[in-house]
Design a protein around this ligand. Structure first.
Ligand SMILES: Cc1cc2nc3c(=O)[nH]c(=O)nc-3n(C[C@H](O)[C@H](O)[C@H](O)COP(=O)(O)OP(=O)(O)OC[C@H]3O[C@@H](n4cnc5c(N)ncnc54)[C@H](O)[C@@H]3O)c2cc1C
Length: 473
């Protein structure tokens, strides 16, 4: 079915943070633009809903926003004008251990490092540059591969960035430093012996100090809503409930930007792409899936550690070795018995998430691609391990298997929340050397399958739109 519409300069498929960032960039340049979104609700990975009980607002996908708050593009949009409020928890992150010890990550930077004893100096050396120069460094890190403005600093950083977390952790003496790095690096959804996991971990660790790890007040949906409000103020439009099944159904426009992953692009592009490119895109690799849980609670999670009760995010998985084992199992196709669980507690600092006195919690763990194994028991057992009595506080729970995540958002193929794995071959040149452009001169990819990759930061969409403006207008 061909879509009947007035003429637009540019069309965007998908209203995730990158689709909206692309549309805003085009609209800021004076181009008329419309976003077609398959689902009834807008925002892709930045949507919230009452998944458990009335009055409990849960983030269905993204919840913790160092990358959005630290995004050079979003920072310049002044989204507070459109209702966005960043809410900073008392402590960015806590990482508990079985012996009752806990690592606490948050400002002030220098003082925070003291807990790492003999590793403090090494950690300072690894993080200080990024922490102190985040506004400039983020322009380089959250950027397509290019010649950096500060080549020496970036060369040093780049050298570390491609190392594995295991290699970097071998420089640490303390279990605390090793475990914290493992928790950060596990966000890459790769086995921790793989290249780039170290860099991934160091960047995230540095953002705890440089940007903090905030929540969007009222839920991640408020970020998507603010982006849409800004877009509309610039004359752009969003049409929801409009799944694009073939590029041929789109009205005529000078550029089409696709906030989807390569497999979906192949499915809708018909003969528009060159054969060689189709073969290349078909080889794009997707990573493990995720199993997501949300809870409505009648009181906060009863962590044994007082510090965990003050933290926005808690990394639940114990030592470096345990976390490494869990990530490597998911990669090899075996769901971990004791998974590494990422827990967020937004209602501790944002009362609007739950009825008075009640709380929400958000968590996920990595599982094999497309896994059908029910991880509810294992995830809750891991939280109980550090918070005895957790289960007694649960009023209701929501669980999403990888297939449910994909049904919610077609980009989450097999439950892969990274829009394709970030292994070395797909880290810098993503999804291939063409990055945002394709063999069709008017078709661009703008999703997290392009640089700088996954996370809510909008930079993929922004750079894709800049390229489209250069090539098509
Ligand atoms: C469980 C989970 C937890 C996460 N946690 C975090 C976190 O805490 N912090 C963080 O920074 N990131 C997190 N992420 C990752 C983050 O959500 C993504 O990296 C980000 O949303 C990618 O943005 P995007 O615009 O590229 O794609 P998406 O946000 O995935 O948006 C793609 C959009 O395209 C639409 N679409 C797909 N196909 C079509 C079609 N044919 N026609 C029309 N529309 C279509 C989809 O419905 C969707 O709205 C998480 C993701 C998940 C799933």
């Amino acid at each position: 079915m061909t879509i009947k519409s007035k003429d637009f300069d540019a069309l965007v498929i998908g209203s995730g943070p990158n689709g909206l960032a692309a549309a805003i960039t085009l609209a800021q340049a004076g181009r008329s633009v419309v976003v077609y979104e398959a689902e009834e609700s807008i925002g892709g990975g930045a949507r919230s809903a009452e998944l458990t009980l009335p009055g409990f607002v849960h983030d269905i996908c993204s919840c913790v926003h160092p990358m959005a708050a630290g995004s050079p593009f979003f920072r310049g949009l002044n989204l507070e004008r459109f209702g966005l409020r960043w809410i900073f928890p008392e402590i960015a992150l806590a990482h508990p251990f079985d012996d009752g010890d806990v690592a606490v990550i948050g400002n002030p930077f220098q003082q925070n490092l003291e807990q790492f004893g003999q590793d403090a100096k090494t950690i300072r050396g690894l993080l200080e540059g990024t922490v102190q120069s985040w506004p400039e460094i983020s322009q380089e890190i959250l950027h397509p591969p290019h010649i950096p403005n500060r080549p020496l600093k970036m060369a040093m950083f780049g050298w570390r960035a491609i190392q594995s977390a295991r290699k970097i952790a071998s420089r640490f003496q303390t279990k605390k430093a090793r475990a914290v790095l493992a928790g950060m690096a596990a966000h890459s959804i790769l086995p921790l012996a793989k290249p780039v996991t170290g860099g991934f971990g160091l960047i995230l660790w540095a953002t705890c100090y440089a940007v903090d790890w905030p929540f969007a007040g009222g839920g991640s949906q408020s970020l998507a809503n603010a982006l849409v409000a800004l877009l509309e103020s610039l004359g752009g439009e969003v049409v929801s409930g409009m799944r694009i099944r073939n590029l041929a159904q789109l009205p005529k426009a000078r550029a089409v930007l696709c906030d989807i992953t390569p497999r979906q692009l192949l499915a809708i592009s018909g003969a528009k792409l060159a054969k060689s490119e189709r073969r290349q895109l078909a080889r794009y690799r997707y990573g493990p899936g995720s199993f997501k849980m949300d809870w409505a609670l009648d009181a906060p999670i009863p962590w044994r550690s007082v510090d965990c009760r003050r933290a926005g995010t808690v990394h639940v998985g114990g030592t470096f070795e345990e976390i490494a084992e869990s990530e490597s199992a998911a990669w090899k196709g075996v769901p971990s018995e004791r998974p590494f669980v990422l827990v967020a507690q937004p209602s501790l600092s944002d009362p609007s998430r739950a009825p008075a006195g009640k709380h929400t919690a958000w968590a996920y763990c990595h599982v094999p691609h497309g896994s059908n194994v029910d991880m509810r028991e294992r995830i809750e057992a891991q939280i109980e391990r550090f918070a005895p009595g957790f289960r007694e506080r649960i009023l209701a729970r929501s669980a999403k298997f990888p297939r449910d995540l994909e049904a919610h958002n077609a980009n989450l193929i097999g439950g892969d929340i990274g829009a394709g794995s970030v292994e070395l071959g797909q880290f810098f040149l993503r999804p291939n050397r063409r990055l945002y452009s394709t063999s069709a001169p008017d078709v661009f990819l703008c999703s997290a399958s392009t640089p700088p990759g996954p996370g809510v930061h909008g930079m993929c969409g922004h750079f894709a739109a800049k390229l489209a403006l250069k090539k098509c207008f």
